[in-house]
Design a protein around this ligand. Structure first.
Ligand SMILES: Cc1cc2nc3c(=O)[nH]c(=O)nc-3n(C[C@H](O)[C@H](O)[C@H](O)COP(=O)(O)O)c2cc1C
Length: 720
């Protein structure tokens, strides 16, 4: 609609702004008299005799100027503005200025007569539809009519002001469009505006009792401000009468007796036409005319901002794929409303292609069977109440419809904004939907990108690339992000391990200026090349502590294991806001397996507020837990930790951490119901088990999906 009507709309808006100044300019002319609204015809008509020997017509215009046509005291025909209180002549009306005539003709008919009027009428109607659909979109965006005027999240200038100004000028624009449409309908005779002509019984006309006009009851009861025109009797014959065209009806009045000979109310359609003219032109009020001018100016802005938004939306859409869906090894699915997510997806897609990989990029709604796929990258924004963007709405159904026949390793990356309550909820939903299918194997934990943060995106790209061994260079330049520098860290202690599959703790000294907290990540470059390895950080005694399992031949773990106290390394501190200890939470439940305990050791150590903290830890054997026992028991005694539950998977009852949680389902449900927070760190396999259990708990005990708690930051994960 906007595309098809924008040229005419722009023209109508531009001319409309100019025309709005006409009533304003007219109103400053000195022809309006004080007390006008109280004057009756009985008061006004007699005094007019002073300046006019004969009057044929009196009219009151939209400015409330009284205009009289007749023969003046000098016997000349003239039309003049008069003072209705004194009868004095105030001035002579002038023609509408040529400029305004020209602009009016352009505004009404584009100088194309009826054809032009038709197009202008159509444009007004399209504007009406655009306004209605715009209103519905604002209601949807604001999540309900009640929140119509609540704060708007600022995405970008065009989008923000499109909504802000849209809300403010909604009513005037709606009235402009509605009245413009109505006036066109009236003009083309599509609404019945015909007046009924007076029916007068001339045989019954009385010439007695004779009264003076000032004594006519109808003149005494009619105020001048109700009058549009009065046609005076042509001669003194009793058959000639006054015709009073008032704002809502027409009267014929006996010129001798003052009796009402006929009275016809105007059809509603005609009243609406007059109202539409008042509203559309602002002719009755200078203030309204200025409001119309401002609102019409906003229409011009909406044309610009609407195009800016649409252009951005379309610019990043799917370009033609080089490889087909059938032959590609990498499948990138994009869920996007305004196009920005495509930019990020394209960045990855192009790199894969340039490395000679077969990559296929498409929208979620085009999900189908991908026979050669090994990796699935699902990148999606969230809209509305945590809903899917339009091009991903069919995904849930398609996922069931097209099961894949080979295992595919997937990674979900959510784009969203923490300014919305349901942060990245659709991405969490996608992650759960995928996890239900046996063919779908998680490659890395779900990641989120807040407000298109390059750092968040880089973090995901590095983690993904780490697991696939496919170097991705998501450089600062590509994302307009400042390049990050490497920090120097000095090893302070090292617990070592003798077993090849054992864990060890290593600590580093950080400098004062390095802002780091538990849950952040340390990226190291063991071979001094592009290969990066990331570890979860726990801050213990103001030192940065990592918990590492020594993998035989492991690049990162081998390198860290070989370090000695006093040695320094180059590394990068990566902020991981999504996995920080919550600022405000009545209870925090920490769930970890293996080295996933690392950030929790730091959080417990930093818990000087003594927030209620429960730790559920899963380890292979008792010996793997020994490393942490002293610290955790001490933390229990100082109330930095409230309760500790440990499961061993290869000893005793052979339990997993999910087994411990399954015993405490009421407790977990209660934590979530009372705004507590669950934090999960460790292997993706453990995360999957825990989420299966949490989904059941959330559905059966709380009646909600687990993704809602994830999006509300009540379930935080950092798994690998
Ligand atoms: C009207 C509107 C509603 C949004 N609702 C949410 C939301 O509920 N949760 C969220 O995390 N982000 C929300 N966002 C933020 C977008 O998901 C985020 O800006 C995303 O990066 C946009 O990607 P796109 O340009 O590809 O559509 C919303 C944005 C807009 C404009």
């Amino acid at each position: 609609m906007a595309v098809s009507s924008f040229l005419l709309l722009a023209l109508a808006a531009l001319t409309g702004i100019i025309l709005a100044f006409e009533p304003v300019l007219q109103k400053v002319q000195p022809y309006r008299t004080d007390g006008f609204t109280d004057l009756t015809l009985a008061q006004t008509l007699p005094v007019l005799k002073k300046s006019f020997s004969e009057i044929s017509e009196l009219s009151v215009d939209a400015n409330q100027f009284v205009r009289v046509k007749g023969i003046d005291a000098d016997g000349k025909n003239r039309t003049a503005f008069v003072d209705p209180q004194t009868g004095d002549i105030l001035g002579t009306p002038t023609e509408q200025s040529e400029f305004f005539q020209w602009v009016t003709a352009l505004h009404r008919s584009l100088f194309l007569h009826e054809l032009g009027r038709f197009f202008i009428g159509l444009t007004a109607f399209l504007l009406l539809l655009i306004t209605i659909s715009g209103t519905l979109l604002i209601i949807q965006r604001q999540r309900g009519i009640k929140r119509f005027f609540t704060r708007i999240v600022r995405e970008n200038v065009a989008q923000y002001y499109h909504v802000v100004l849209g809300r403010l000028s909604l009513i005037p624009i709606m009235l402009i469009a509605l009245s413009g449409t109505y006036l066109s309908l009236a003009r083309f005779g599509l609404v019945a505006t015909e007046k009924i002509s007076p029916q007068i019984d001339f045989d019954a006309i009385q010439s007695k009792p004779e009264r003076k006009p000032a004594d006519f009851a109808v003149f005494q009861n009619t105020r001048l401000c109700e009058v549009q025109t009065i046609e005076f009797p042509f001669s003194d014959d009793v058959e000639d009468y006054y015709t009073l065209k008032l704002t809502d009806r027409e009267l014929a009045v006996n010129q001798v007796t003052g009796e009402i000979l006929s009275e016809n109310r105007y059809p509603t359609a005609l009243l609406l036409t007059n109202l539409s003219l008042d509203l559309h032109t602002g002719r009755t009020s200078a203030v309204w005319a200025i409001i119309l001018a401002v609102a019409t100016g906003n229409i011009l802005f909406f044309i610009y901002s609407g195009f800016a938004i649409t252009w951005k939306r379309l610019a990043n859409r799917v370009k033609k794929n080089v490889y087909s869906a059938d032959e590609s090894r990498f499948i990138i699915l994009v869920g996007s409303e305004n196009g920005s997510t495509f930019k990020y997806a394209q960045l990855i897609h192009q790199q894969l292609l340039s490395r000679g990989e077969k990559s296929y990029l498409t929208e979620f709604n085009n999900y189908t069977v991908f026979p050669k796929a090994e990796y699935l990258l699902a990148m999606t924004a969230t809209y509305g109440l945590g809903d899917a963007p339009t091009n991903a709405k069919k995904f849930a159904a398609l996922l069931d419809q097209y099961p894949q026949s080979q295992p595919i390793r997937y990674s979900v990356l959510g784009f969203g904004s923490r300014s919305y309550p349901d942060f990245c909820q659709f991405a969490f939903e996608v992650n759960h939907l995928l996890a239900r299918h046996a063919w779908a194997k998680p490659l890395i934990d779900i990641h989120t990108v807040n407000d298109k943060s390059p750092a968040d995106f880089q973090l995901w790209a590095e983690t993904w690339s780490d697991q696939t061994h496919l170097p991705l260079t998501v450089s600062a330049d590509q994302l307009n992000a400042p390049a990050s520098e490497l920090d120097t860290l000095v090893v302070t202690s090292h617990t070592q391990t003798t077993q090849p599959d054992g864990t060890f703790l290593i600590r580093f000294q950080t400098s004062q200026r390095q802002e780091v907290t538990s849950g952040d990540l340390l990226a190291i470059y063991p071979a001094n090349d592009h290969r990066e390895r990331q570890y979860s950080i726990g801050m213990v005694d103001n030192e940065l502590q990592l918990s590492v399992r020594l993998h035989p031949g492991g690049l990162g773990s081998g390198y860290l294991h070989g370090l000695q106290p006093g040695e320094s390394i180059k590394a990068r501190l990566v902020r991981n806001d999504q996995f920080h200890f919550p600022d405000k939470a009545p209870v925090v439940v920490m769930i970890a397996n293996g080295t996933g305990i690392a950030p929790f050791l730091g959080m417990i150590s930093q818990n000087s507020q003594k927030v209620v903290c429960h730790l559920y830890g899963g380890f292979r054997e008792r010996s793997s837990f020994e490393r942490y026992r002293d610290f955790l028991e001490k933390s229990l005694s100082t109330q930095h930790l409230t309760r500790l539950q440990v499961a061993y998977s290869r000893e005793g009852e052979k339990q997993y951490v999910s087994t411990l949680l399954a015993r405490d389902t009421d407790f977990i449900a209660n934590v979530l119901a009372t705004n507590g927070v669950l934090m999960i760190c460790g292997s993706l396999a453990m995360q999957k088990d825990v989420f299966d259990l949490l989904e059941t708990i959330c559905q059966t005990k709380l009646g909600k999906s687990v993704s809602i708690y994830q999006s509300h930051r009540q379930i935080l994960t950092d798994c690998y």
